[in-house]
Write a protein that binds this ligand. Structure first.
Ligand SMILES: [Zn+2]
Length: 486
């Protein structure tokens, strides 16, 4: 494969060189082109430059705006009120459908800095300013939700537009994104929070949730006829679709007392014989056993590493992937936690999601290596963006079951259009349709859409992460320039 030749504005080098290079690497790797960085006077395929005259030798010129790169956090949209939502939608529209100008030499000039826009999305510049609750969950402004902005994956829309432009400019076919000639990828994941019921407590929870409908199942739980150990059912359900998922287990055992005082870790013990046997069974059947980092794991490198080690010991196999319980990463700077992932040797993490809002938190549905802003470096642990968690729809009483299923199928279709990844998170304990009506049905709808489309590569997250990591290395080997330390 011939690398595409790219020029980066010298004006950006001192200002934001590592950040600019990083977002270009993620963008070109997502599309599938290797690169060769060339000088400003050289002929090139892409010129990311401050003014149009500098792009005279380029097939594609894209304007770079040093003012934005100087202080990315200044570009805020949360100050826009609901009344100004159309203004915001125009911003999204301009970003994704930026007008192209034909140049005198037959090339193209893009007068909007979509590369900054991409950086702004993928590094979460806007969310930093949103209100947070006690679990450090962000609350998006109302119009974000109304316009279903995160469900549109605006960053992936930018990447898709650039991919089209590059192809149109005659740069040839990129490296395919996914194996087996598939257009998109999907992974099913389960946070294992509550596999063993607390028999005296659970009936009360059931009745408080389901009122008189819950009397019968509550009695069945109390008398031991009904439990939440549904792994066999999950495995049979997934086998029916020819799918294998990942189950994420918490290595640290919590307690009711801790729960009451604000550390909501699950109560099970992964070292118990039933869990050891389960891990063997899952792994032998092709399922993935991953880590569900405890609520406070992010706060200590040692604690986090010890949890990984404990799970590896119990599972008798290395652990490569993680999701934080309650999506609980550093509330001050999520990227600090993402750096920890690399330090403890995780190949991937899949925790960057809003608890309450479905859709892609950073606007991107392709895997990416995140950016550490203080260290000004790429983080070596891949991030697999999550599209949807069960509770985000199941707990919304304003929706019918049909609407919930339609929303999830829209996310599947969106991922397909953008050649991205669809990751679903459905908790272990919601398999029971009596206790959690509609929860499993929504996943079933998503899986049926995925299977019916036929253009998805469905695999465990670790298989997807390995594929993306190998593909990235392959592109890096063919590339030169756009690296750190500039
Ligand atoms: Zn959890």
């Amino acid at each position: 494969m011939k690398p595409l030749r790219i020029v980066i504005a010298p004006e950006l080098r001192d200002l934001a060189g590592p950040a600019v290079n990083w977002i270009w690497r993620q963008c070109l790797a997502a599309i599938g082109y290797p690169w060769q960085e060339v000088g400003i006077e050289d002929p090139c395929d892409i010129a990311y430059v401050v003014n149009r005259s500098q792009a005279a030798h380029a097939k594609i010129g894209i304007v770079a705006t040093p003012a934005r790169w100087r202080d990315p956090a200044r570009y805020r949209l949360s100050s826009i009120t609901a009344g100004e939502a159309p203004l915001f939608m125009r911003f999204i529209g301009e970003t994704c459908n930026a007008p192209l100008v034909r140049t005198e030499n037959g090339g193209w000039w893009l007068p909007r800095d979509v590369i900054f826009d991409l950086f702004w999305w993928v590094t979460g510049q806007e969310e930093q300013h949103w209100p947070k609750d006690i679990h450090s969950f962000y609350t998006a402004p109302r119009f974000w939700l109304k316009q279903r902005i995160l469900e549109q994956a605006p960053a992936s829309a930018i990447i898709a537009s650039l991919a089209m432009l590059l192809k149109h400019a005659g740069l040839g076919d990129p490296l395919p994104r996914w194996p087996q000639g598939k257009r998109a990828a999907a992974a099913i994941t389960h946070d294992v929070d509550y596999p063993e019921v607390v028999r005296w407590l659970e009936p009360l929870r059931i009745i408080s949730r389901q009122h008189w409908h819950g009397v019968n199942p509550a009695w069945e739980v109390l008398s031991g006829q009904r439990d939440y150990w549904t792994f066999s059912q999950w495995m049979a359900f997934e086998e029916h679709y020819g799918v294998r998922s990942a189950f994420y287990f918490v290595a640290r055992q919590g307690s009711l007392l801790e729960y009451a005082f604000g550390t909501p870790d699950p109560f099970y013990n992964i070292a118990a014989p039933q869990f050891r046997a389960l891990f063997r069974r899952l792994i032998e059947g092709g399922w993935e056993v991953g880590m569900h980092a405890s609520y406070m794991a992010y706060a200590s490198h040692e604690r986090f590493a010890a949890e990984k080690q404990r799970l590896e010991h119990a599972a008798g196999a290395p652990v490569f992937g993680n999701r934080h319980h309650y999506w609980h990463v550093s509330p001050v700077q999520p990227e600090e936690t993402l750096q920890l992932h690399a330090k403890i040797g995780l190949l991937y993490d899949t925790s960057l999601t809003h608890d309450h809002h479905l859709g892609w938190r950073r606007g991107i549905n392709a895997p990416f290596y995140p950016y550490a802003p203080h260290a000004q470096r790429e983080i070596g642990t891949l991030q697999l963006p999550v599209a949807w968690m069960d509770a985000q729809l199941a707990q919304r009483s304003d929706l019918t079951q049909q609407q919930r299923e339609a929303i999830v199928c829209d996310l599947v279709d969106r991922a397909a259009v953008q050649q991205g990844l669809f990751v679903a998170n459905v908790h272990d304990y919601v398999f029971d349709e009596v206790l959690y009506p509609g929860w499993l049905a929504t996943l079933r709808a998503a899986l049926e859409r995925i299977v019916a489309r036929g253009d998805f590569w469905v695999a465990t997250p670790i298989t997807i992460a390995r594929h993306w990591s190998d593909r990235y290395q392959q592109l890096l080997t063919l590339s030169s320039g756009l690296w750190e330390g500039r």
